[in-house]
Design a protein around this ligand. Structure first.
Ligand code: 5GP
Ligand code: ZN
Length: 142
């Protein structure tokens, strides 16, 4: 895609700090470095977000996540954890519309990454949980 910053990075039209590349994916340092080693893994094929992936491409991209994760762990033995994040659409914090997976190494509670998981368990009866699960299940592609 001509007007996509990540396509331009993949095509070497703009510079990046490359971490890994093969025929299917490109991985490079996120410019903001939320924590040291913060890496983006992207498919070379332009897909906007998770909703656009064909199964084959999804398999190719997600199969490479552990490879980059292990490289980070070996590169930074002081690493204590790793958050893997994939934002889809603006409300969910997607700001670059070429699908990408964030790998964010964690070094301690006071590193510069945080995430909030609310707990709304009390608001859902077992009946409503069952109803929600069935509603989703009906839509899963066979
Ligand atoms: P999103 O918010 O879409 O999940 O993540 C997009 C990420 O791309 C952000 O973390 C941002 O720092 C990163 N980013 C945006 N422009 C560039 C760029 O030109 N180079 C690099 N290396 N990262 C970028
Ligand atoms: Zn693109």
């Amino acid at each position: 895609m001509t007007d996509c910053i990540f396509c331009k990075i993949i095509n070497q039209e703009i510079p990046s700090y490359k971490v890994y590349e093969d025929d299917k994916v490109y991985a490079f340092l996120d410019i903001t470095q939320v924590t040291k080693g913060h890496t983006l893994l992207v498919p070379k094929e332009h897909v906007t977000d998770i909703f656009e992936y064909e199964p084959t491409l999804a398999g190719e991209v997600f199969a490479r996540v552990p490879k980059v994760a292990r490289a980070l762990e070996k590169a930074f033995p002081e690493m204590q954890g790793l958050n893997i994040i994939n934002n889809n659409k603006e409300l969910a914090y997607q700001s670059v519309f070429h699908s990408h997976i964030h790998l964010i190494p964690r070094y301690g509670e006071s590193d510069d990454f945080s995430i909030h998981f609310g707990n709304n368990q009390a608001a859902y009866s077992s009946e409503s949980m069952q109803e929600i699960a069935e509603k989703i299940m009906k839509q899963v592609e066979q």
